[in-house]
Design a protein around this ligand. Structure first.
Ligand code: SF4
Length: 353
């Protein structure tokens, strides 16, 4: 299938029959990955702090500095979570937090090097671009130096959070003090040039136009042409409950169209992740017929801390079932999309069982 431009994408999104979009997305998906497999990763989210100086209108997670519910996780709490992940055969910890005003840059490099030394088999998928831009501001160092220091500490990949919609018109309204769209792209391009891989995200269905969604895809595609450092693209509709943007909803139909368009437009991206956690099991399965070839991570329900082992097992079994029912072979992977063996965990794990 030939590459499409922004005008063609606009027309496709507005006019194409849903099943034609699915067929075209599937054609690109089959050309980019293992046609028989759908991958997933055993991972765990750790939000090391919820204190943040950049209040985004769609975020229900952050607390302003001084708030009684603000926290910075102690080392032993972080380690206890990773111990569980190791016990469960996990390979990735997704480490993200708010933009804390008082933590020095050395806090982050020390955390990475400590975790890499203690858990050499766990990849620290850490710090989305807004956090990295914050580290630049906190440290007074260049972006290159910040990323190089994190690399030297042992970090190898960056999650694609904080992209939302890259248009600055949108960003000024939703998150006026967060990094700009160009800064987000600069973090990724600079990181790719050092050797990092990263994912890319898009949150849609709020105040953006279709043109701005397609511009977002175009800017990602251009960086990927130069670096080939993005491993995957994930899009999902805004989750606005408990935020000032409550009430904004996008349904499954629009999500599936958008994901299919993303697969078609980002023809230089190797993988597309289904957003089954936000869209539900059935739509998550349908997404596999609309261009997705990956189900993301197992440990999305980070808040269910006391039932972590149970959550893992349920989620892995659930993901494998969803994939198999959709006609694909479930395949564990690591952050870098290298296949990992599946080892069924039969024994009782942790306190939750
Ligand atoms: S920067 Fe991140 S943590 Fe802070 S308010 Fe925005 S989305 Fe939430």
């Amino acid at each position: 299938m030939q590459r499409i431009d922004a005008q063609e994408a606009m027309k496709l999104y507005r006019e194409a029959n849903l099943f034609d979009l699915a067929d075209q997305a599937t054609e690109v998906r089959m050309a980019n990955g293992d046609p028989e497999a759908v991958t997933y990763i055993i991972d765990r989210n750790i939000n090391y702090t919820n204190i943040c100086i950049t209040p985004c209108k769609f975020c229900a997670f952050f607390r302003i500095p001084g708030h009684e519910e603000g926290y910075v996780l102690p080392e032993d709490t972080i380690d206890a979570k990773i111990d569980e992940l190791v016990e469960l055969d996990g390979t990735q910890v997704l480490l993200q937090g708010g933009l804390h005003p008082d933590l020095p840059f050395s806090y982050y490099t020390d955390m990475i090097s400590r975790l890499r030394e203690k858990y050499p088999r766990i990849n620290v998928h850490g710090f989305s671009p807004p956090e990295i831009v914050h580290f630049v501001n906190v440290s007074g160092m260049s972006l290159e130096k910040v990323l190089q220091d994190l690399w030297d500490a042992g970090q190898r990949s960056i999650p694609g959070g904080g992209a939302e919609i890259l248009s600055d018109r949108v960003r000024r309204k939703l998150a006026p003090t967060k990094c700009t769209g160009q800064e987000w792209l600069d973090v990724m391009e600079t990181a790719h040039n050092i050797g990092y891989t990263s994912s890319a995200t898009m949150i849609f269905g709020h105040i953006e136009t279709l043109e701005e969604r397609i511009d977002h895809l175009e800017r990602l595609r251009q960086v990927q042409e130069r670096t080939n450092g993005f491993t995957a693209f994930i899009c999902w509709p805004i989750q606005s409950d408990n935020t000032p943007m409550k009430g904004m909803k996008v349904g499954a139909y629009e999500y599936l169209r958008m994901q299919a368009l993303g697969r078609i437009y980002l023809d230089n991206f190797p993988h597309i992740q289904s957003s089954w956690v936000t869209m539900g099991d059935q739509v998550g399965q349908l997404a596999l017929r609309f261009g997705a070839d990956d189900m993301g991570g197992t440990m999305m329900e980070e808040n269910v801390v006391s039932a972590a082992a149970c959550t893992h097992r349920t989620n892995e079994e659930r993901i494998r079932r969803l994939i198999a029912e959709s006609g694909f072979r479930p395949q564990r992977r690591n952050t870098f999309y290298e296949y990992q063996p599946y080892r069924e965990i039969k024994e009782t794990v942790g306190a939750a069982a």
